[in-house]
Write a protein that binds this ligand. Sequence first.
Ligand code: PHE
Length: 502
Amino acid sequence: MQLPPQQVAVLEAASADEPRRIADLAADAGEPPETVTGAAFELADAGLVDVTEETVEEVELTDEGREYADAGLPEVRLYEAALAAGAGESPVSMGEAIGASGLEGPQVDIALSNYARKGYGSIDSGDLGADPDADPGEDAEAAALETLAAGGTVDDDDALAQLERRDLVAVRERTVRSVVLTDAGVTELMAGVEASEKVGQLTPDMLASGEWRDAEFADYNVEADAGDYQGGKVHVLRQAAERVKEVLVGMGFQEMAGPHVDADFYINDCLFMPQDHPARNHWDRFALAEPDRIDDLPGDLVERVERAHREGVGPDGDGYHSPWDEDFARALALRGHTTSLTARYLSGVAGEDVEPPQRYFSVEKAYRNDTLDATHLLEFFQIEGWVMADDLSVRDLMGTFREFYSQFGITDLEFKPTYNPYTEPSFELFGRHPETGELIEIGNSGIFRPEMLEPLGVDADVMAWGLALERLLMLVTGFEDIRDVHGTLCDLAFLRDAEVVY
Ligand code: PHE
């Protein structure tokens, strides 16, 4: 029978007794692995070979691991320097041993933190002892590193686990395909297989010479594996922001825009936040030093907001009975929530029409002086939104959330009453983390109080919310630490592979 040359090469390199890996076949056939994979699938379609798949763990040295494979593990280098300095007899000064070892920067800490653990000697305040019986030649981690650097495989699971913990190796899962001849394949091979003249790839030469006119082309195998390209891509958080915008636009919302740095007036005062509210002290906010005050605030709006703070609104209204100072309201800070945009739009200073009905949103950064941990950063993306209409209830709010989150496959929402100075009633929103099963807070919401709306000149109901984009992404993709997606510790494999499906 006649087959394309690549298939002939694969058929001839394959064995009937044992499956052979694509990489090995590629080496024998002198073809790139992608070509061999394509040819193998063609042959499998024709029943001449079977292709099997297995997932294997592959251990790779990281850059740091490679560096130590060349120069030695920091703790080994320290041990050798200490020994040379006489620490085998009696402890020597740590500074001296470190200087002699040539270790620098973070490697010093790395050396010290592994030194005693591995029994190279003692560390006692400024002194370093070296155990003369310790043997770097017996160091399992060093041995494993060396084997890996030489392209070998390591069976010592403990050593591998240590190296992985130290980020010296990365363990990756890969699909490995193997090919084995079927009976039909063997029969055809025995009967004789020759390379056909079928052309696998059109070349510029063939076009120029006109040879393509008479060529017979091989079928294109759309099921063959393609190479793994790691090109640039949109950051998964940005993807999530785009998806959220699309969903909200689809629900009839328009986008708000406004300043990241804003006057406390729009961030807090317009939201009926008393000036002595704990969240308004200087620990929680990022104040601007220069300029530190906004130039202009609309006088009539300031007057109405001040009156609401002092006296409340309506005949039975009551204010805060606490000081209110326009100068305090003019102070500039990074917005702690994007509800400052809502205040700007509702009050009309943004210049948009705000007659009911209206729906607005933004997906923008907010800044808080929080303590960094797995769920908090100093900045995050807030999904702000509000709906203005004549008769709104908590049901409308809940229904809107259900509709919004269901578009991301999130259906088990829970609501918990809470308190905001500017909403009544107010609800915190929770969703279940797909990996840990924990309920995590994903947003805060409510129906704006008259004390907020009346001074802004709004004569309708407004329901509103601030949701955390990062938390939504956690629920969608299952990552557990916010630092996996932001900053220097981010998980590159996650960022490469994660998709926001909606
Ligand atoms: N500003 C609130 C927050 O940052 C969110 C919110 C907006 C709550 C609008 C109610 C109404 O958590």
